[in-house]
Write a protein that binds this ligand. Structure first.
Ligand code: PEP
Ligand code: MG
Length: 573
């Protein structure tokens, strides 16, 4: 039976395909073969992980308060029993030896077998115990693989739509290697990094669907309308035809936009506008170049650090930055220093911050880990010899952080001088304006910086006090809130007065509905995912600056959201 689900569309377009469910308890893991002489070592790895899981469960069991309900210790004992059963502790080891496969694969194969057996049990209670098996197996897998969870490979014969409860940014990055048409998730906010990455994949996607994972069945046909945030499950033939037509129209529109690639980005009255691209990984430079971006306005370097056990060393980073700088062939490449923390975590992170978005994130993390920062700064400077590189510091909130950062930059440069390694001595240093404190005391920061970039995703999160990743408060995300309008306009004005170039690199820059507003505020540099670049360029070409500047001034004075809405509609008419 057909039904419809509503969520938040994070990437436009229409996808039609079969559902592939990624369960909470997905047991998909890395699959690789091992050499015969590695069998004992692989079996020992599994033994060690099972032993660690046992210790974790025993420790948990010991720490249960006396007055806890008996179910708590009952469930822990059950998990300990499952763990000790030979079906989990011995059979996977036999599989490692007979199939010469890695321990995670052996364990997940065995788990699938067990789940199938449980499925056939008549008794409801016993059948539901399969969840416990899955949880135990997940615990062991987690110990073996760190936090990483592999996204299943789309079947080759037909690209599907991934349906998940939640996906981390690290999960989404794995998508780049697979052929998915779209993904939809139960949770997530509009500017979560997961959603932002959906843009970079250029596939229609929806978050905050709440129950998609429970209501949709494997292999069901889905229509994902990313523009309107709607999923149609098991559509009627007539609806399917209608959406196939819409999909064709959408694709035609995009092709038409392609004609603007080489057109100069300037407003109707001839003012030059710079449209840069945001990238996550070095290969993203290709779509950026394909869309004729004026430069890379934001290279989110932390994505080099995700989904792996060891951090990339200086040489590996240098190679990544050098590649981008060289391929951009003299156009500016803005490398943002490591913005780890909040929803982007390293695999080996042991400390869980009570409030990660307000915790040791971005520049705070780098200043707390000067060695990691030093390697990155050296790598960026080394790459500067091969193109035009700029450095961008995220999440500055106090001037002390900036002073300390500039000092560490000097140290990195001095160490390169000592080693006789060439680098560009004039690399511009920029700061991100994403904490209201920085926006409100901008001159102190701007004096010490060469350029500024407004990270509206975080600026909105921190100004309106809404967690970017929490869909329950996603309705409060509002770039048109008078506080945001005035803050962004004030930053642009102050930067202009001080003669410092300023860009917007948050999602506002790629939202075509906001292009005229930002132009009206005086913005001349935008940085966005390459997928939005031509649409924004089209809007720039059709914009008369004098008209939008006047309307923007009126919007900045308006207190009533309805008035702001009316002026916006007028602006985009
Ligand atoms: C921002 O906060 O707007 C930004 C561009 O940085 P990120 O989205 O990576 O936090
Ligand atoms: Mg940010």
């Amino acid at each position: 039976m057909s039904f419809t689900l509503h969520g938040i569309g994070v990437s436009s377009g229409i996808a039609i395909g079969r559902a592939h469910l990624l369960s909470h308890a997905e047991l998909e893991v890395a699959h690789y073969s091992i050499a015969p002489d590695a069998v004992a070592q692989e079996q020992a790895r599994l033994d060690a992980a099972i032993q660690t899981a046992r210790e974790e469960l025993t420790a948990l069991s010991d720490s249960i308060p006396i007055n806890s309900p008996p179910e708590v210790s009952g469930f822990l004992n059950l998990h300990l029993m499952i763990l000790s059963d030979t079906t989990l502790s011995q059979t996977p080891k036999d599989l490692i030896a007979s199939q010469l496969c890695n321990a995670e694969w052996a364990l997940s194969q065995q788990a699938e077998q067990l789940i199938e057996q449980f499925e056939r049990i008549e008794d409801d209670y016993l059948r539901e115990r399969q969840t416990d098996v899955v949880q135990v197996v997940e615990r062991v897998l987690k110990i073996m693989t760190g936090q990483a969870r592999a996204i299943p490979q789309a079947r080759d014969d037909e690209a599907g739509i991934l349906v998940a409860h939640d996906l981390s940014p690290a999960d989404v990055i794995v998508f780049k290697k697979h052929r998915y048409l779209s993904f939809i998730t139960d949770v997530g906010g509009l500017t979560s990094h997961t959603a932002i990455l959906a843009h970079s994949l250029n596939i229609p996607s929806i978050v905050a669907l709440h129950h998609a994972r429970q209501l949709i069945r494997e292999n069901e046909i889905l229509i994902v309308d990313g523009t309107n945030g709607v999923v149609i499950v098991d559509p009627d033939p007539a609806v399917l035809r209608e959406y196939e037509l819409r999909r064709e129209e959408w694709e035609l529109e995009r092709q038409k936009l392609g004609r603007l690639k080489t057109t100069r980005a300037a407003t109707y009255d001839g003012t030059r506008i710079e449209l840069h691209a945001n990238i996550e990984l070095p290969d993203d430079v290709h779509p950026a170049m394909d869309q004729h971006a004026a430069g890379i306005g934001l290279f989110r370097s932390e994505f080099l650090f995700l989904n792996r056990e060891e951090l990339p060393d200086e040489d590996e980073q240098f190679e990544a930055y050098r590649k981008v700088a060289a391929e951009m062939d003299g156009k500016p490449v803005t490398v943002r220093t490591l913005d780890i923390g909040a929803d982007k975590t390293l695999n080996d992170t042991t400390r869980v911050s009570p409030n990660p978005a307000l915790g040791l994130r971005a520049i705070r993390f780098c200043l707390a880990e000067p060695q990691i920062f030093h390697s990155q700064l050296r790598a960026i400077y080394r790459a500067s010899h091969y193109g035009t590189v700029r450095i961008l510091i995220p999440m500055l909130s106090t001037i002390y952080e900036l002073n300390q950062t500039l000092h560490l930059i000097d140290e990195a440069r001095a160490s390169l001088d000592r080693d006789g390694i060439p680098y560009d001595k004039g690399v511009p240093i920029g700061g991100m304006v994403e904490v209201p404190a920085a926006a409100l005391s901008l001159p102190a920061f701007a004096r010490k910086l060469d350029f500024l970039s407004i990270g509206t995703n975080d600026l909105i999160q921190y100004t309106l006090a809404i967690d970017r990743t929490d869909d329950e408060v996603a309705y409060l995300y509002d770039p048109l809130h008078p506080a945001i309008l005035n803050l962004v306009a004030q930053v642009i004005r102050t930067a202009d007065k001080m003669g410092k170039p300023v860009a917007v690199c948050g999602e506002m820059a790629g939202d075509v509905k906001l292009t005229r507003l930002l132009l009206g505020m005086g913005l001349r540099q935008f940085s966005m995912h390459p997928a939005h670049l031509l649409e924004v360029k089209q809007q720039v070409l059709k914009t008369d600056l004098a008209v939008v500047t006047g309307l923007t001034q009126r919007m900045l004075k308006a207190e009533d959201p309805d008035k702001i809405g009316t002026l916006m509609a007028k602006m985009n008419a």
